[in-house]
Design a protein around this ligand. Structure first.
Ligand code: PDD
Length: 279
């Protein structure tokens, strides 16, 4: 049986229900986290909880009343859903309103929903020789608050759906020739001995994986630069990677119609990082 958690109880997946008057349903008025679990332990849980706290503050959504118990609820859910490696999805919406109104009733209580499923192994762990991702560059269609991990993801969904129909693996957004991030990931590029990634701002989500990868690079003594990255530079990079909690690190092979320089995994930094990703 697969378990979920809604507000203050664990409920089997088949039985869980929310009201259509929930503002998450009506307005996409909610925030979320996606937390990977390895060997039954949530990875960088504190960072995910801090980011969730930030998202709640930025949107003025109240903290769920079980706020302090969230780590315990996550651990209980992991136990109930058994798989050693899981993806925990956690969403907080502003809650259920009596009538649909853009201006929320300040007295409503937030809805807290969690579920989890088995984490698929990063395909580049299973087969490092698998061809890298084929992505397209797209002018960033999103709003000005991409730093908030909001459930309002229609632009991301449309971009990924269209890329998928074109037979591509993903999208890299840019604003006037400058890379922001992927539709569900951050972007890194290697130039010689340095690794560059877009700086934190309201145009990107501050990925927990991004932070982890920057720290891994630091511990290996590799120079990291958080600075603007042009699309033109990206085409000339030695390596380009996409990072996220579910993807970990994945290499890019093709951007638009440009093939990146072909390197074997053993000569590539992404492969080295993936080997030490969990240690
Ligand atoms: N998304 N940027 C965007 C727009 C994202 O949606 C994500 C992750 C990231 C990477 O963040 P992190 O390293 O903390 O996972 C960057 C998750 C996985 C999702 O929406 O499913």
């Amino acid at each position: 049986m697969n378990w979920t958690y809604l507000n203050d109880i664990f409920i089997p997946k088949e039985e869980v229900r929310i009201s259509p008057f929930d503002r998450g349903f009506l307005f996409g008025d909610g925030v979320y986290e996606v937390i990977p679990v390895y060997e039954s332990k949530a990875f960088h849980l504190e960072d995910h909880i801090s980011r969730l706290e930030r998202s709640l503050k930025q949107t003025g959504i109240n903290k769920p009343k079980v706020w302090n118990d969230i780590p315990q609820i996550i651990n209980e859910l992991i136990k109930k859903n058994v798989f050693p490696n899981q993806v925990v999805y956690l969403q907080v919406t502003r809650g259920e309103d009596v009538v649909r109104s853009h201006i929320p009733d300040p007295s409503i209580s937030p809805t807290l929903f969690l579920n989890s499923w088995e984490l698929s192994i990063n395909p580049y762990r299973l087969n490092p020789d698998k061809p890298g991702l084929d992505v397209k560059i797209l002018e960033d269609p999103r709003w000005e608050r991409c730093d908030v991990k909001a459930t309002t993801l229609l632009s991301n969904v449309i971009a990924l759906r269209e890329a998928n129909i074109e037979g591509r693996d993903g999208v890299i957004f840019c604003i006037k020739g400058k890379v922001t991030e992927g539709a569900a990931s951050n972007v890194f590029a290697v130039f010689g001995n340095s690794v560059l990634t877009t700086p934190e701002s309201n145009q990107i989500l501050s990925g927990i994986t991004r932070k982890h990868v920057l720290s891994l690079l630091g511990s290996k003594g590799i120079e990291t630069l958080e600075q603007d990255l042009s699309v033109k530079n990206l085409y000339e990079a030695d390596e380009v990677w996409m990072t996220s909690s579910t993807q970990e690190i994945q290499p890019v092979r093709k951007i638009d119609d440009k093939e990146l320089s072909a390197k074997s995994p053993k000569d590539s930094l992404w492969f080295d990082l993936l080997s030490s990703y969990l240690v």
